[in-house]
Write a protein that binds this ligand. Structure first.
Ligand code: SF4
Ligand code: SF4
Length: 75
């Protein structure tokens, strides 16, 4: 799986870091933009994506047959 952050949309509010059960283990705010790392800790709960006020986060799970399945997207 992977997490994409749309840096154009991100306003650096820190909600993703606050709402994530793993918090700062995964999320860092750098230069006013969120970055997700250490994804081995991620539960794919998609809270971060659902709570991001600007819909900048996409949590993407690797689907079957090598297809990418978007499990959470807020536009
Ligand atoms: S919740 Fe969304 S806007 Fe706020 S820091 Fe995280 S990615 Fe950026
Ligand atoms: S999907 Fe859940 S565990 Fe993974 S980064 Fe988002 S809030 Fe954290």
């Amino acid at each position: 799986m992977r997490i994409e952050v749309d840096k154009e949309k991100c306003i650096g509010c820190g909600t993703c870091q606050e709402i994530c059960p793993k918090g700062p283990r995964i999320w860092k705010i750098k230069d006013g933009k969120a970055e997700a790392g250490n994804l081995q800790f991620c539960h794919v709960c998609t809270l971060c994506a659902s709570k991001c006020p600007v819909g900048a986060i996409h949590v993407i799970r690797d689907g079957q047959n090598g297809e990418k399945e978007k499990v959470s997207e807020k536009d």
